[in-house]
Design a protein around this ligand. Sequence first.
Ligand SMILES: NC(=O)c1ccc[n+]([C@@H]2O[C@H](COP(=O)([O-])OP(=O)(O)OC[C@H]3O[C@@H](n4cnc5c(N)ncnc54)[C@H](OP(=O)(O)O)[C@@H]3O)[C@@H](O)[C@H]2O)c1
Length: 197
Amino acid sequence: MKIAIFGSSGTIGAAITRRYQYHYPECEIHTFSRQQDQSNRLHHTIDYTDELSIKTAAEISFQNIPFDIIFVATGHYLPLLPRDRRGVFAALSARVGSISDNQLGGWYAYRASKAALNMILKNAAIEAARRYKLSVVVGLHPGTVDSSLSKPFQGNVREGKLFGPEYAADHLIRVIDNLTPDQSGKCFAWDGSEIPA
Ligand SMILES: NC(=O)c1ccc[n+]([C@@H]2O[C@H](COP(=O)([O-])OP(=O)(O)OC[C@H]3O[C@@H](n4cnc5c(N)ncnc54)[C@H](OP(=O)(O)O)[C@@H]3O)[C@@H](O)[C@H]2O)c1
């Protein structure tokens, strides 16, 4: 199995990388982020604000196709999926990207960016299904995970609801393992439940 993980240096991305290595020790994992990772000889640098670096990362990726699982990433990476078997393209979204589930307000830019991501994933799922019949394109909500991103909001989290990154990663890997092509285009939480659009 071949896996590409974009944002592998982040709290959740690093945990996903470690837990894939643990669950599937034989798999080949290509990691992408701005920060260097000396521990993985298949690490590649990417900066989303630098078009040349995106192009270079895309070229490296194409030299290694197909990937069975692509975690995070953008629409540019859909052609890396296999055509003859199931391939998963999963991006970390968030429950706050759900328009119908919004009961609190606030977080304008974050909510809007995740709602937009979910729409991009829906579009990508429709287009991917034309060429990659067994593809699964989804957004994933990891739960509230202890990272620098969630630090400012952790005071509001109920006891027992702040997940460690490994706990979240293990749940997300299980969700990915069980996804089927008819679920493509949707968003799922860490426990496998579907998050409404
Ligand atoms: N933590 C939570 O509770 C929670 C809840 C719901 C959803 N999420 C989602 O999960 C994702 C990861 O969150 P996290 O908590 O793991 O945050 P984090 O630890 O801050 O990780 C962020 C990742 O994004 C990468 N990144 C940032 N700017 C980049 C750029 N210009 N180019 C390329 N890569 C860039 C970073 O890598 P480099 O710095 O090496 O480039 C890092 O790998 C986010 O999309 C977040 O919205 C998190």
